[in-house]
Design a protein around this ligand. Sequence first.
Ligand code: AMP
Ligand code: MG
Length: 360
Amino acid sequence: MNTKVLKVSDEGNFTGEELEYLKEAAEILKHGGLVAFPTETVYGLGANALDEKAARKIYEAKGRPSDNPLIAHVADFEGIEPLVSRIPEMGRKLAEAFWPGPMTLVFPKSALVPLGTTGGLDTVAIRMPSDPVARMLIRLAGVPVAAPSANTSGRPSPTRAEHVYQDMEGRIEMIIDGGPVGIGVESTIVDVTEEVPVLLRPGAVTMEMLESVAGEVRVDPAILGPVSPDLKPKAPGMKYRHYAPNADLTLVEGPQDRVVSEINRLAAEKLLEGYKVGIICTDETRDSYPAGMVRSIGQRAKEETVAHNLYAVLREFDDLGAQYLFSEGFPADHLGQAIMNRLNKAAGYRIVKVWPEAEL
Ligand code: AMP
Ligand code: MG
C-alpha cells in the first residue's frame, strides 16, 4: 500500500486545496480505510468507529492487542447521544467544562457501538478534540472516528507526522500532516459510569482541574504503579508495556544537584562499559552533563514544554541507537502527573531516588 502524505495548516482557515485533501481523507474513512491525523494531544490513527472491520485494520496496523479498546472521536455534542445508553450527570458536567479538549470520558455504550472497537467492553470511551484539522475531518467523515495513537504498539506516541510515517508507511492509506501537535501527551481518561468519577489516565486536563468541577475524583491504582498480571485494570491499555523507547531507561529523582551528580555517575559507569548512553535533562541543567548524548526535554519552569517534547526525545534516542538512558524526574502534580506517568512506564518503573546530603 502506498501511504499518501498531505500537508494542511493547523490554523483552521483551510484553503480550497486543503479542504479537498480533508474530503479525500474523509472518503477513505467512510469506506473503511485508515487515515492518520493530528489532534491537540498526539497524532491519531483513524477509522470509522462503527465499522468493526475498519477497527480490526487499526489493530493490525499498530500490532495492538485487540482487547485494548479504542477511543471514539466526535466533532460536536450531537455526535455523543447515538453512542451512549445514558449520559450520567457527572459526565455532562465534565464534558461541558472541558470539551472540546484533551479529555476522554468513558460512558455506558449503546448498541450502535460494536464490541470490536471497545475491546469487548460494554462501555465506550469518547473524546471531542479541539484541533481544527481533527474536527473538520470528523465532521466531513460524518461518523465517529476511532483513533488510538498512530504509532506501532509499544513505541512512543507520535507528535509529528514524520513519527507516524516512520511507523505506518505502507500500512495505511493516508497521513494528514498538520505539523507538530500542541500538547504532546495523550488525553486524560475519566470513567463516569459510577457515582464518583475515576481517573484512568492522567493528561493535560489535570487532576486538579477535574476536582475543581467534580469535587471528589478517584485515581485508578494502575496509574500509580506497575500492574500485576492477574489484575484486570479498568483502562485495559494500562496492562501493556507502553510509551517505551528501545533503550533501558532509568529515572533519577530527588534534589536537583544530587540528581545531576547521580546521573553523571550512572552514565559514566555505562560509558566505561562501552555502551551508547543518553541523558534526558532540562534547559536548567543542560550544561551540567559533560558526557554522553545529552538532550533537553524542555524547561522545568514550564511543564508544558516537557510534555510537548517528551515523545520526540524518546524517539530521537531510538534513532541515535542509545542503549541506556537516564532521565531527571519531575514533580507529579498538575501536568507533571501525566509526564511522570509516561516516564515511569517508559522506564518500566526503574527509579533511583537520591536524598539531600543532610539526610544521608
Ligand atoms: P489510546 O492509546 O490513546 O488510543 O488510548 C486508548 C486507551 O483508552 C485504552 O488503552 C484504554 O486504556 C482506554 N479506553 C478506551 N476505551 C475504554 C473503555 N471503554 N473503558 C476504559 N478505558 C478505555
Ligand atoms: Mg497509544
